[in-house]
Ligand binder design. Structure first.
Ligand code: ZN
Length: 356
């Protein structure tokens, strides 16, 4: 068997993943679910700390692991071989209802008498059906709860907007609004580079190295937080103000492979922007229409339809040869995306690939 890299598994699955791998490599056996569960009983005898948590969590881990292996053996999915979690990476456990108790806004884990000291970001709409407790790389703990609720649709508005995602500005709308881009990463980049240089010089396993590693992790977290926060505010405003939001479907994975753009694109957070826009639209009863990414939104003059053959990325403004009007690259693109999206909507097409 060829071992490939990948990420899945769980803290508690560590001994078991090794067991499965060994069974396969040495005896060519695949471990069945029932064997894995029997093995879990042995493990509990061997490692008493496994009994500190509810057995539900361990069984959930086994189920997660099984689906990871099922994915791996499914040739259609091309999934990677399940891999151990890094000790310093993000850790998480998922708990179903039997493993926790929810009462009057407090969550108590099974086998524990005291409720978790949670600082809630918002009240829960109902009793959660499952919760996930995670620890990020900076050592902070989070709890996310799965709740069912009926979202409140926003009152319908006649406004429809086209959105072009950019680098100088995170987004530009067909109304001519430019978001600006706070360049969080850029601002912290120098500091991050400095810390990482220092980190590289520290001896592995030393206390100073660990302290510095935490510091780097905290900076990463700070950057990610402020970026996400800015995107939340932007998508909230767009959803509140518009009924239909037309946007280019982006092949972000492909774009990030372009080394010159990769960092700027990851920094801008296009993927997160689209994700937030889509779920907020679904909650608010708004519609996100995706326009085919090969649609030449930048090269087409929105006024007269004249198309320029070549348009270097650096050229932000020009005069259209068809109608002579001055063109702002991004606003023009957003207007074209709006037109294409609405045309697609009129034909009944939605989602990716609409209105090319
Ligand atoms: Zn023109």
């Amino acid at each position: 068997m060829v071992l490939r890299g990948g990420g899945c598994g769980n803290v508690a699955s560590l001994p078991d993943l090794a067991y499965r791998t060994e069974a396969y490599q040495q005896h060519g056996e695949s471990v069945s679910s029932s064997t894995a569960e029997k093995r879990l009983v042995d493990l509990k005898a061997e490692f008493p700390w496994l009994k500190d948590v509810s057995s539900v969590i361990l069984q959930q881990t086994l189920r997660d692991q099984k689906s990871a292996f099922d994915n791996f053996f499914n040739p259609k999915l091309r999934a990677r071989y399940p891999r151990f979690k890094r000790k310093g990476g993000r850790q998480s456990i998922r708990l179903t209802k039997a493993a926790f108790r929810y009462r009057e806004g407090e969550i108590t884990l099974a086998k524990s008498k005291v409720p978790l000291p949670i600082r809630w970001s918002r009240p829960l709409p109902c009793e959660p059906s499952s919760i996930t407790i995670s620890q990020d790389r900076a050592g902070r703990y989070f709890i996310s709860c799965l709740c069912e609720f009926a979202p409140n649709a926003l009152p319908i508005t006649p406004r429809m907007v086209g959105i072009d995602l950019g680098l100088t500005d995170l987004f530009i709308t067909s109304d001519g609004a430019k978001s600006g881009n706070s360049h969080h990463l850029k601002r912290y980049e120098a500091k991050l580079a400095y810390l990482q240089r220092r980190l590289a010089k520290k001896r592995k396993g030393s206390n100073n190295r660990n302290k510095l590693r935490r510091k780097v992790a905290r900076l990463h977290v700070k950057i990610a937080d402020s970026r996400r926060d800015a995107i939340h505010k932007a998508t909230r405003t767009l959803i509140n103000e518009n009924q239909v939001l037309c946007i280019e479907s982006l092949n972000i994975t492909g774009m990030v492979k372009n080394r010159h753009l990769a960092k700027a694109i990851s920094d801008a957070g296009w993927g997160e922007f689209v994700r937030q826009l889509e779920y907020k639209a679904a909650w608010a009863g708004r519609q996100v229409v995706k326009v085919n990414q090969w649609f030449p939104s930048s090269k087409l003059c929105h006024g007269c339809g004249h198309k320029v053959d070549k348009l270097p990325l650096s050229q932000r403004h020009w005069h259209c040869k068809g109608c002579g009007e001055p063109i702002d690259r991004d606003i023009n693109a957003a207007k074209n995306i709006r037109t294409a999206g609405l045309a697609g909507l009129a034909c009944g097409a939605t989602g990716a690939g609409a209105a090319a």
